[in-house]
Design a protein around this ligand. Structure first.
Ligand code: ACO
Length: 267
């Protein structure tokens, strides 16, 4: 089954500015950044559409694949945001600078909604990254549970070099994955991390050739789908909570989840 792209708020936004394709095939949803001629640059419309997909994800979906059309996964925020004219209908950084702090922070929180749902325990999200993943592109890959990289992948947290901070949910997963020191080094130098290094420092689960990327995503998806859904959800919930709990608290959480599992499975 293939579903039409966007309901709710995203309906009002021109498809060109959204730059996404969205398909559901049984238990697998695929979101494709689809503005390859602009290297899949993202706008507020893209993030509203992502949030909308999360809000309306069919219940049967267990895997969400996030991929990019063309040579790059995503070149990050649309650079028109840095111009006085901005992105038609969506403003610019200059116009955002006139907003009061609370309104501005609400706008950022809205954009972040597009990324946050990808960590939901009842799904597994997989980013398939080729070419450049810069700024918002890198953060979108970081928002996913797992990352498979083509060997030409090039990751860059460019925001600090542009006088900004990464604010699309990427700083926490980056620190969780590579540690504070490496995250500081990557962000404050805004350097490019290649695929081989990304795998070595924990930013990627797997690196394959560009030709193998789709096949690798299919293989991983099949392996993930072979696991019982409720057990997978409960296990992901446990793992996600682990770093915020003491060993004792985590043991108690394991016992709680297992009690529910055993009841569901054996009574
Ligand atoms: N926003 C809008 N348009 C973009 C963006 C972007 N972020 N990135 C690329 N494009 C456009 C280019 O303007 C060009 O358009 P044109 O053909 O109409 O001139 C087209 O995409 C192709 O770009 P090239 O630079 O020719 O493509 P190439 O493959 O050689 O380079 C690369 C790709 C490295 C991604 C380069 O385009 C680039 O550095 N882009 C800007 C990256 C950036 O600074 N992003 C902001 C990060 S901060 C944040 O996301 C919050």
């Amino acid at each position: 089954m293939t579903e039409a792209a966007f309901g709710g708020s995203a309906e009002k936004i021109s498809p060109e500015e959204v730059g996404l394709r969205y398909e559901v095939d049984g238990e697998i949803a695929t979101i494709t950044l689809d503005r390859p001629e602009k290297r899949n640059a993202q706008t507020f419309a893209t993030w509203a559409a992502l949030a909308d997909i999360g809000d309306h994800l069919p219940q049967q979906v267990r895997i969400v694949v996030v991929r990019g059309e063309g040579p790059s996964f995503s070149a990050g925020i649309d650079l028109r945001m840095f111009t006085p004219e901005g992105v038609p209908g969506q403003g610019s950084f200059a116009s955002s600078a006139t907003l009061d702090s609370s309104t501005f922070e609400q706008r950022v929180a809205q954009a972040q909604r597009g990324f946050l749902w990808l960590r939901r325990p009842d799904i597994v999200s997989v980013a398939a990254v080729q070419g450049h993943a810069i700024g918002a592109g890198f953060q979108l890959a970081l928002a996913c549970d797992l990352r498979i990289l083509a060997d030409d992948a090039r990751l860059c947290m460019k925001e600090p070099a542009l006088g900004l901070v990464p604010d699309l949910t990427g700083t926490k997963p980056l620190v969780d994955l590579v540690g504070l020191s490496r995250a500081v080094e990557i962000c404050l130098t805004a350097r490019t991390v290649g695929a081989e290094e990304a795998a070595r420092i924990g930013l990627a689960e797997l690196v394959v050739t560009r030709d193998e990327l789709d096949g690798a995503v299919r293989d991983l998806t099949a392996a993930l789908l072979a696991t019982d859904r409720d057990a997978a959800t409960a296990t992901k919930r446990l793992l996600q909570g682990a770093s915020g709990r003491s060993l004792e608290e985590q043991c108690a959480a394991e016992a709680r989840e297992q009690a529910a599992r055993v009841k569901a499975r054996f009574s």
